[in-house]
Design a protein around this ligand. Structure first.
Ligand code: G3H
Length: 228
């Protein structure tokens, strides 16, 4: 994944879908172009196709089922998200936990289909074991800070530094940090602490001026990365 990794998770906010979701994706794409930086957006399953048609930035699913094709009522498979235009998927987000065997199966299926995987974890002690399953990235997020406006960078910097120590035990997997990221300074600090990038949702999705917020985050991420 191209660094800094910036992942904006649309979640299920009222502006995550429909025309508002498309407009949000276009705003993010504009900033991505201006700063020649990849920005990944993870969008609701129903919006993958529409948004992937409208923007050229990487569109991810927020979750994918690890089941194979067949008699699987209600499942969204890796083949389906690929067909819709997804370039990868989040897995095991705190708001959509899955079992370890499902994480393993989903990573393998995504990999086989040429898609990327970002596995979420809630603590640094499982960074290395999950990293050994071979995802592209691990997104570490203390659940209690998610959506709080209090950033992991400031409230729990040790989660990032210890997570980085753990990820360094595994080759070829990046660690990104999230939860409560609200300012450029939060982004800068996360990357200076060793993260390869950040994951964010509410600060962008709930902002009256998402373009300004994303621009601030991207500028801070580029600055921190250039100083590494
Ligand atoms: O996937 C994103 C995270 O759960 C972070 O959410 P947040 O930025 O609203 O704290």
């Amino acid at each position: 994944m191209k660094k800094p990794i910036i992942l904006i998770n649309f979640k299920a906010y009222e502006n995550s879908f429909g025309e508002k979701g498309i407009q949000m994706a276009k705003i993010i794409e504009k900033v991505s172009r201006e700063y020649s930086t990849d920005i990944i957006i993870s969008v609701p399953a129903t919006m993958i196709y529409k948004i992937a048609q409208e923007v050229s930035i990487p569109v991810f699913a927020q979750h994918v089922d690890s089941v194979s094709l067949g008699a699987r009522t209600g499942h969204t498979t890796v083949e389906m998200i690929k067909d819709a235009g997804a370039k990868g998927s989040l897995l095991n987000h705190s708001e959509k936990r899955i079992r370890l065997d499902e994480i393993d199966d989903a990573i393998k299926k995504l990999n086989k289909e040429g898609l990327e995987s970002v596995v979420c974890v809630d603590r640094y002690s499982i960074v290395a074991p999950i990293g050994m399953l071979g995802p592209n990235s691990i997104l570490i997020e203390p659940p209690e800070l998610i959506g709080s406006g209090i950033s992991v960078s400031k409230a729990k910097p040790e989660v990032i530094t210890k997570g980085v120590e753990e990820i360094n035990k595994v080759k070829g997997v990046d660690l990104i940090a999230g939860a409560g990221i609200s300012s450029g300074d939060d982004v800068y600090t996360a990357i200076k602490l060793g993260a390869a990038g950040i994951g964010v949702a509410s600060a962008v999705m709930k902002s009256p001026n998402p373009e300004q917020v994303v621009e601030d985050f991207v500028k801070s991420a580029i600055k921190a990365m250039s100083e590494k």
